[in-house]
Design a protein around this ligand. Structure first.
Ligand code: HEC
Ligand code: HEC
Ligand code: HEC
Ligand code: HEC
Length: 461
């Protein structure tokens, strides 16, 4: 599990400088080769169309409307920020080849089962002349096909709403962003955007995601006065985190509903990996690793549904959507129970819980999260009743990421100062250590470290 970001948000806030007034960019490079616009809405024109030193590949940030060095960040060979530009290349590496060889899929860089997430999944007919599969997850894989807006989005008088009406994805909206990221960081509706248990058994890494943390890791934009003047939403870290949890649970339940073949076994990726992948002991007095989990009333020996997002949502709902909290609690417990009892769960039950998750996403989106909300969610995630649910790797990892995101948010909101947060960091680092490797996962240590973090923040008040 990756280490968190170190207060990049704080540095950013400090750097807020009034950006220059809306200056029309002069995309000479694009203008020279621009195809006619008509009928190009939705066409993915390719990363090369966004390049150019007066467009998005300036060597250094411009300090003007947008940074204009987004492409350089997207290509950064040394950090997670450049991961998307490497996504297709990863398929040419031995690890990927070994996976597709085991699955009998031929070369990975040509396997549709891999390309849906390791490249821009635009359909053949939607690819412009400069579209290159080898660009990996290019700009338009997230921002949407630019055919309808590339020639106009920088012009005087262009508006965000206008761009969106021509096919730009409103990634400033946390729900729209979550939906986009989850297509690849959990799974999408299409056949080519899903990592099955079989692929994992063949060597694909497990997928981890938290919307706010992962946004920071690949960030190439500034939320400054200019950004806001263009009527773009600044949801803030806590809302982004909460909406991200709700959208992730909705996605997992929706796909669980559609991806379960009727057969002896369901698709295993929806369950807690370590519940099956443990070492068995034959000792007379076995020291079992299974722990009681109060949020998951299922019999010993039954594989638990991976409830990482349910645990986070439960904490967030109590504070930020109290009207839906009891319903969510009852439905998620009922879901676990039904799954364990019938070896299956009715489609209606999964759909009802998915609908409640979407209700939570809407409630979070409508709320403005105060310092008090953030502090209350922080405590609800890290300590008390909710923390007794950190018995398995995925849930605990999600809690550690939440602690990181929320601690940064508390600093950014001015609720705790930077020096105090720095003194709490070592405890958070111990929590990260405890979830570094699923095979040597130390739940008690993680819980103790998270409790320390919670106690220290509480003591600051
Ligand atoms: C649902 C989207 C999705 C599909 C489908 C998918 N992957 Fe991935 N893959 C990812 C994501 C996301 C990561 C990054 C995981 C992480 O580290 O969080 C990844 C990581 C990898 C890695 C490790 C990359 C590295 O830089 O270390 C390899 C190798 C890989 N995938 C190969 C494949 C192959 C081969 C296929 C097809 C059989 C495939 N993937 C299908 C989403 C997907
Ligand atoms: C993994 C998804 C992803 C990819 C790939 C991606 N972006 Fe972004 N980009 C975002 C997100 C999320 C934001 C912040 C939300 C927003 O303002 O739309 C953003 C913001 C931006 C902004 C700032 C917008 C503003 O109004 O200030 C620009 C410009 C931009 N991206 C350009 C690019 C370019 C050029 C590429 C390709 C080289 C690219 N992006 C690739 C996700 C992505
Ligand atoms: C079209 C598929 C796709 C979309 C959409 C997408 N990603 Fe990714 N992302 C990937 C793949 C594949 C990797 C792994 C690449 C590798 O390691 O080779 C990755 C890697 C990352 C990484 C680097 C850390 C890691 O897990 O390897 C971050 C951070 C990230 N994505 C954030 C985001 C965010 C935030 C969004 C939404 C704004 C998003 N991604 C949308 C496919 C996608
Ligand atoms: C319901 C039980 C169950 C769950 C849950 C489960 N697996 Fe598996 N896994 C299995 C079985 C059964 C095999 C096949 C073992 C064999 O072929 O001997 C397997 C095989 C594997 C293998 C290949 C192991 C080897 O040594 O060759 C990997 C890797 C793997 N699973 C990863 C995962 C990951 C990652 C998750 C969670 C996303 C997961 N599994 C969830 C039951 C499970």
């Amino acid at each position: 599990m990756r280490r968190g970001r170190a207060f990049s948000l704080v540095a950013l806030v400090g750097l807020l400088v009034a950006a220059a007034a809306a200056v029309a960019l002069t995309p000479a490079a694009w203008a020279q080769s621009a195809p006619p616009l008509g009928g190009r809405v939705g066409v993915h024109e390719g990363v090369a169309s966004c390049a150019g030193s007066s467009c998005h590949s300036r060597p250094v940030a411009s300090g003007l409307v947008v940074r204009q060095n987004e492409l350089i960040t997207w290509q950064d060979p040394h950090s997670d920020a450049g991961a998307h530009s490497r996504a297709w290349r990863a398929l040419t590496q031995p690890r990927a080849q070994a996976i597709t060889t085991r699955l009998g899929l031929g070369p990975a860089q040509a396997a549709s089962a891999c390309l849906g997430c390791h490249t821009d999944p635009a359909a053949g007919g939607q690819r412009g002349a400069r579209f290159q599969v080898s660009d990996g997850v290019g700009c338009e894989a997230c921002h949407g096909g630019s055919g309808g807006w590339i020639a106009s989005h920088y012009a005087m008088g262009a508006s965000h709403a206008g761009n969106v009406s021509r096919g730009l994805i409103a990634l400033d909206d946390p729900k729209a962003r979550a939906a986009r990221c989850l297509d690849c960081h959990f799974g999408g509706p299409g056949a080519t955007q899903f990592v099955t248990h079989q692929m994992m058994a063949a060597g694909h890494p497990r997928l981890t995601f938290e919307l706010d943390l992962f946004t920071s890791l690949q960030k190439h934009h500034d939320i400054d006065a200019d950004y806001l003047s263009r009527h773009k939403t600044s949801a803030g870290a806590v809302k982004t985190w909460a909406v991200g949890q709700a959208m992730a649970l909705d996605r997992s339940l929706t796909l669980f509903g559609t991806r379960n073949p009727s057969g002896a076994f369901p698709e295993f990726v929806f369950f807690d990996c370590q519940s099956c992948h443990r070492t068995i002991t034959e000792d007379a007095k076995p020291k079992l690793t299974v722990e009681d989990n109060p949020g998951r009333p299922i019999p010993l020996g039954a594989p638990p549904f991976n409830d990482e997002n349910m645990i986070m949502l439960s904490a967030a709902a109590k504070v930020a959507a109290p009207g839906l909290s009891a319903k969510f609690e009852a439905e998620s417990r009922g879901f676990h129970q039904a799954l364990a009892q019938n070896g299956g769960v009715s489609a209606q039950r999964a759909a009802a819980l998915a609908a409640t998750s979407l209700g939570l996403a809407a409630a979070f989106e409508a709320r403005s999260f105060s310092h008090a909300d953030t502090l209350a969610i922080f405590q609800a995630v890290l300590s008390g009743e909710g923390a007794r649910r950190y018995t398995d790797f995925a849930g605990t990892s999600q809690a550690v990421m939440a602690a990181d995101t929320l601690l940064n948010a508390l600093v950014a909101q001015g609720a705790i100062d930077r020096a105090a947060a720095a003194r709490i960091r070592p405890d958070l680092d111990r929590a990260y250590q405890a979830v570094r490797d699923p095979n040597v996962f130390r739940p008690a240590e993680a819980r103790a470290a998270l409790q320390q973090v919670a106690d220290k923040v509480r003591a600051l008040k």
